[in-house]
Design a protein around this ligand. Structure first.
Ligand SMILES: *Cc1c(COP(=O)(O)O)cnc(C)c1O
Length: 408
């Protein structure tokens, strides 16, 4: 038996593959950008649209507990990220959630002027932080320091440190325990972005004494395009932090229709408007699969899949041309593997033409995501072989592979 076949035979998660719809002839290495469709979501969407919305109409809010869906799914996500019940809610987008938590954190540290983060990480996070400091004003500013200089930049002027747990390009994992403790030692709060962690890595927010976190629903949680995101607020902060987007769904009693805003107790105060019931329902199906598989087993398979891919590419004909920008050490590596190559864009397009779907990140990164539940080791080995062939024989060197599309 080949190594990949042996790994598949011993894979305790192999049965989960059948819970996803995947088109014939495609090896899907982009579940870190848009997770594939859970079969259960297809049936669930039909039921929510046809039976709940179609028949129950407005009664659905009570009869199908639409109102409770954001905290119900939040509680399920909590189990994947080391949070407690009542500490996670599904709401809005990752961008909006980051804004809410960043402003709330700055307002909880009114004498401190600095929001500290890292340059070169996912742009929307930095854009939202720019907007948050601009909105609050009064001398507040965003300071960016490279990863290795973050700890030295922590001072008593830092209100909040905002970091991504796993880097969207390199997949490098930050030491959540250590950085959280370092920031808290100077009195700052920390917001972790778990977009590239939830559903693929083991995260222990409460084990790290984390303050705040946000994360994405449509990547490894397989919630569907534009799925609502989630946010975490440690219980100890829930009564002191207040969302700047003080919408009625975060009100203590929204249906008393009173004029004054009275924030709900608990995580509900970080909701803003009416929950997107269709989106939360689809997300619930993806989260349910991950919860049944368990974060530990998922993380172990992610490490094994990425390890097999890296070894196989390295043993192949294109090893010298592809520069690995992802950490080699499995413990420091998230769920994707990235290579720098001057023709990265064309390589990704040529791979897509061969049925291997990855993606490209500026300026020269070919990125391959390894969603552990829908993927087999055999597919990953095959993808590595095709990558080697496409690069070594310069199959990508054609004008049609250089045409840039709007979404990469
Ligand atoms: C995917 C991702 C987002 C997505 O934000 P949206 O508001 O859903 O567009 C934000 N931050 C990080 C780090 C991400 O990886």
């Amino acid at each position: 038996m080949s190594e990949a076949a042996e790994l598949d035979a011993a894979d305790p998660l192999a049965g989960f593959r059948d819970e996803f719809e995947l088109p014939e002839g495609v090896i899907y290495l982009d579940g870190n950008s848009l997770g594939p469709l859970p079969k259960a979501a297809r049936a669930r969407m039909r039921e929510v649209v046809e039976t709940q919305w179609g028949v129950s109409l407005i009664r659905g809010w009570n009869d199908h507990d639409w109102m409770g869906a954001p905290t119900r799914v939040g509680d399920a996500i909590a189990g994947l990220i080391g949070a407690g019940q009542g500490e996670v809610i599904v709401a809005d987008s990752t961008s909006a959630n980051l804004f809410k938590l960043a402003v709330a954190a700055m307002q909880a540290r009114p004498d401190r002027k600095v929001v500290l983060s890292e340059p070169g990480d996912f742009p929307t996070d930095l854009y939202m932080l720019e907007g948050a400091v601009r909105t609050l004003g009064q001398g507040r500013r965003l300071e960016l320091r490279p990863a290795e200089a973050i700890e030295a930049a922590l001072s008593e002027d830092v209100a909040v440190l905002v970091l991504c747990h796993a880097h969207y390009k390199t997949a490098r994992i930050r030491d959540m325990t250590r950085l959280t403790a370092a920031a808290q030692a100077v009195g700052a709060l920390v917001i972790w972005d778990l977009s590239h962690s939830a559903g693929v890595l083991e995260v222990d927010l409460n084990g790290c004494n984390a303050d705040l976190a946000v994360g994405c629903g449509y990547k490894y949680l397989n919630g569907g395009p534009g799925a609502p995101a989630f946010l975490f607020v440690a219980r100890r902060h829930q009564e002191t932090l207040v969302s700047p987007l003080s919408g009625w769904m975060g009100h203590q009693a929204p249906f008393t229709f009173q004029d004054a805003y009275d924030p709900a107790l608990g995580i509900q105060r970080f909701a803003c408007g009416t929950p997107p019931v269709l989106g939360v329902s689809a997300l619930e199906c993806g989260v349910d699969i991950a919860a049944r598989a368990g974060a530990r087993a998922i993380r172990a398979k992610a490490a094994a899949l990425t390890d097999l891919f890296i070894r196989r590419v390295e043993a192949g004909p294109a090893a010298a041309e592809l520069r690995l920008v992802t950490p080699r050490e499995a413990g420091l590596r998230g769920g994707h593997v990235s290579y720098a190559h001057p023709d990265g864009y064309a390589i990704v397009q040529a791979l897509i033409a061969r049925g291997v779907i990855g993606d490209f990140r500026d300026p020269d990164i070919a990125r391959f995501g390894f969603s552990p539940l829908p993927l087999s080791f055999a597919e990953v080995a095959r993808a590595a072989d095709i990558l080697g062939e496409v690069v070594a024989t310069a199959q990508y060197d054609q004008p049609r592979f250089r045409q840039r599309a709007a979404v990469t």
